[in-house]
Design a protein around this ligand. Structure first.
Ligand SMILES: Nc1nc2c(ncn2[C@@H]2O[C@H](COP(=O)(O)OP(=O)(O)OP(=O)(O)O)[C@@H](O)[C@H]2O)c(=O)[nH]1
Ligand SMILES: [Mg+2]
Length: 296
């Protein structure tokens, strides 16, 4: 039997559960998630490799019309991800509205099969509600299939995977069996730290934060990795919030990030967090690049 392989883009509005779905599909945390919109800021690939096929899922930032350069850049990444893929998973979690209609306009220009993935069905009261939701999208685009799932509870993911198999073209195994994502350990560390900040802060702070790993050094004596991470914020008020009373907040962020890195990457680390104010970094292309926003 011939080998099949294909690229599958995961797109949709912010916060619908695209990254949760990617992690659930590949069975590993390669994308951070949070209840704040615009969590994902760059393209993230995750792999399922089977003896007969390889699926390369591409998680994308939530599509929306943003005002600053950061948001315009992440929107562009999502839109450009629609090109050169074999299947698109359009993830939704509510009835069709303006934002969804806006995204669906991009589908008109591509000749790629689109699956409608209705996520968070654990929150829907009845099958009727699911049907109603599907009906609001039907007829708006010739979808290849309708897949109600819960990414959080990992329900009906097998059905979705089975549905995808027949859409994979004949092709080589692009990546080795041992690889499950294209994210480097350094990127994942920075992202896990950012995730804890997203979880522990509110309002404008999550969107004003970027994280970069500045130093990563093996400490042979302690058998740990010494990691220095820099947290970038836009204003001194945000720095104050991140530090918290008597440094409690930054301590908590550090502790949770260290635990997560230890659990997910099986790395014992000694983590030092630094905070720097950089005004308006979200509107500077060079800063966006330096802070891992965009394609890299
Ligand atoms: N109840 C429920 N919540 C879910 C489900 N899937 C995701 N969530 C929650 O929805 C929120 C957003 O999830 P993400 O995976 O970060 O969403 P996203 O679409 O990647 O968001 P962006 O990266 O900002 O575009 C998080 O709080 C998740 O825990 C689900 O199946 N059921
Ligand atoms: Mg995401």
């Amino acid at each position: 039997m011939s080998y099949h392989s294909g690229f599958i883009a995961i797109v949709g509005r912010p916060n619908v559960g695209k990254s949760t779905l990617l992690n659930a599909l590949i069975g590993k945390k390669v994308a951070i998630t949070s209840d704040k919109p615009q969590t994902t800021r760059h393209r993230i690939s995750g792999l399922i490799t089977h003896e007969d096929y390889q699926m390369i899922f591409v998680d994308t930032p939530g599509m929306h019309k943003g005002k600053d350069l950061l948001n315009q850049t992440i929107d562009k990444i999502a839109v450009s991800s629609l090109k050169d893929v074999d299947v698109v998973l359009f993830v939704v979690d509510k009835l069709m509205g303006k934002a969804e209609a806006h995204i669906m306009r991009y589908f008109e220009n591509i000749k790629v099969p689109v699956f409608l993935v209705i996520n968070k069905i654990d929150q829907l009261a009845s099958k009727n509600e699911i049907d109603e939701l599907i009906l609001s999208y039907m007829g708006r685009h010739p979808f290849e299939g309708y897949y109600p799932i819960s990414a959080k509870d990992k329900t009906y993911l097998e059905k979705l995977k089975d549905g995808l198999i027949s859409y994979l073209p004949e092709g080589p195994q692009f990546y080795p069996d041992t690889m499950d994502s294209d994210q480097s350990e350094t990127t994942l560390m920075a992202e896990f730290i950012r995730e804890k900040i997203l979880h522990l802060t509110e309002q404008e702070v999550p969107h004003s934060v970027a994280v970069v790993i500045e130093r990563l050094e093996e400490n042979k004596k302690n058998k740990t990795l010494d990691v220095d991470a820099l947290i970038i914020v836009e204003r001194s008020s945000q720095k104050k919030i991140l530090i918290g009373q008597q440094g409690q907040k930054i301590k908590e962020i550090g502790m949770l990030a260290r635990k997560e890195i230890n659990y997910e990457l099986k790395k014992k680390i000694h983590l030092l967090l630094w905070i720097k104010i950089k005004k308006d970094w979200r509107n500077r292309e060079s800063d966006l690049k330096a802070y891992g926003v965009g394609d890299f």
